[in-house]
Write a protein that binds this ligand. Structure first.
Ligand code: AMP
Ligand code: ZN
Length: 488
């Protein structure tokens, strides 16, 4: 079996050959942390979490880099001098770095709730200003960029003049781009309207600013990802991922920057995750058609009739292939809940099954395993993998009813395979498992509140917290290192 990956650059499913045998370098564009991530953003990050888990499970040693964009992302994909952070700073009356911290913390909390694994490196754009300035200098030296009025632009026409092809990823041609570029701020400084900013001069009102050879300014969004990906993964690396909407201009510009700097394509496999829609419309903050992850989990929203556990949301997302559009709806969530509950029930039942070697089984474990792994290795086809899991579910219930047989060896193998695929690869968690974490967090909050009550000498309240928990079978124990709890 060979792993096949759909490469957006070639438009074909290709056999995956890493640069270094057994190792994978993977970069995924991270969030712009100027506001809360919506459920659509979560879908893209979850798709790549599943891909990361799959690669790891298949035996690759993965270096997974996902950045945090904490500067430079403009509110418009043109080069309007309107930084998302600066805008939010005014709105919330906070320091830019307070905005960054607030939404980075929220981002991490949300991803943890959906059981996403952290990347191996999570670099920030502001932590790599030096690298971005160096890249800009290199591009000027090589004749691919020019300075204009304190900003530096990438010269797209020069790039094509040298036989390179701006538009190769998004399959756009340069004349079309020329015709479609609107007259936006900064256009007058550019040689051609399709040139993009590597470095932007900061206006006097712009708070996020750094010194550079071209005066005070801030880096361009596209350059951030080139700087961070090549620093940690090399001038050419294996996989670059992101949402479909980042293909143009963001990833197109990354390819141009990489080729112009290093005379080599920066990425071997470009992977793009498809969008989450709601009411058949792309989920997006700007149109108002969005739901925050917490609102789906608590049920505080106008779209869904009940709350849904994060594991069920995760399961629902994985029931669609990462390259397909997924429309989230109340019915889709209810169907996923049903499927998820049945899958988890089967896993419970599996533990009580005893082997029985008497008769030949109608279920061929080897064949089933091959089919499941074929799906996984066929461009990470999670819906087909899940369909195969349900064949095993049927078999488990038949075993439980005494209608099927299994040998001791096969039983062990089935348990190991299902555990690996369901919990490690798909990253699902049983609801109880997740609830235990919730209970732990809740008790920590109660312990903290009790401590506060004691500090302010409100012993009536602190005793009440202790006694009522005890009545529920939860004993608080005060020790030298603080208070712990025991579940009786
Ligand atoms: P941003 O913070 O705007 O840079 O977006 C973070 C990630 O979410 C990017 O990879 C986007 O492509 C992705 N994204 C944005 N909207 C959606 C959506 N409706 N469905 C799936 N992914 C999305
Ligand atoms: Zn990026």
């Amino acid at each position: 079996m060979q792993l096949k990956i759909y490469n957006s650059l070639t438009g074909e499913k290709e056999i995956f050959k890493p640069i270094l045998d057994g190792n994978v370098g993977m970069y995924v564009c991270g969030p712009t942390v100027y506001s809360n991530v919506h459920l659509g953003n979560v879908r893209t990050f979850l798709s790549f979490d599943f891909i990361y888990r799959s690669l790891t499970h298949l035996g690759y040693k993965v270096r997974y880099v996902r950045n945090i964009t904490d500067a430079g992302h403009l509110t418009d994909d043109g080069d309007v001098n309107n930084d998302r952070f600066v805008k939010q700073t005014r709105l919330e009356k906070l320091e830019p770095m307070e905005i960054v911290q607030k939404y980075t913390v929220d981002f991490h909390k949300v991803l943890e709730m959906f059981n996403l694994l952290p990347p191996n490196i999570e670099p920030t754009a502001t932590g790599h200003i030096v690298e971005q300035i160096e890249l800009t200098q290199k591009l000027i030296e090589r004749g691919f960029a020019y300075e204009s009025n304190g900003s530096v632009y990438f010269d797209v026409l020069e790039y094509n003049r040298r036989g390179l092809n701006y538009g190769e990823l998004s399959k756009r041609n340069i004349e079309e781009l020329f015709a479609n570029t609107r007259d936006l701020d900064g256009q007058g400084e550019k040689k051609n309207p399709q040139d993009f900013a590597l470095w932007k001069k900061a206006s006097p009102a712009h708070i996020m600013r750094w010194n550079s050879p071209w005066g005070e300014g801030f880096p361009g969004w596209h350059l951030e990802c080139t700087a961070m990906s090549t620093k940690y993964l090399g001038e050419t690396f294996d996989i670059h991922g992101g949402g479909m909407d980042l293909k143009f201009p963001h990833h197109e510009c990354e390819i141009a920057q990489g080729k112009a700097c290093n005379d080599a394509a920066p990425v071997n496999y470009w992977m793009h995750a498809n969008m989450l829609t709601m009411n058949s419309q792309r989920m997006s903050k700007s149109t108002g058609n969005y739901i925050l992850p917490m609102q789906l989990v608590t049920g505080e929203n106008d779209f869904f009739e009940k709350p849904f556990h994060p594991s069920i949301v995760r399961f629902c997302f994985l029931q669609a292939h990462y390259r397909s559009v997924l429309d989230i709806s109340n019915d889709a969530m209810l169907a996923s809940e049903k499927g998820f509950v049945r899958l988890m029930e089967a896993m419970k039942v599996l533990h009580s099954i005893s082997p029985n070697d008497d008769k030949q089984s109608g279920f061929n474990l080897e064949e089933w395993k091959n089919k499941a792994y074929d799906a996984l290795m066929d461009d990470f086809n999670s819906p087909v993998l899940i369909a195969h899991l349900f064949e095993a579910v049927k078999y488990i219930f038949a075993l439980n009813d005494g209608k099927e047989t299994i040998s001791a060896k096969d039983l062990e193998d089935l348990k190991l395979t299902l555990n690996a695929l369901i919990f490690d690869v798909l990253g699902l968690q049983s609801i109880e498992e997740n609830n235990n974490e919730k209970l732990d967090q809740t008790l920590k909050v109660l312990i903290e509140l009790r401590n506060q009550a004691r500090k302010s000498k409100n012993f009536e309240l602190s005793d009440q917290i202790r006694d009522r928990l005890l009545a529920e079978g939860i004993e608080l124990k005060d020790g030298r290192d603080g208070t712990t709890y025991v579940l009786n």
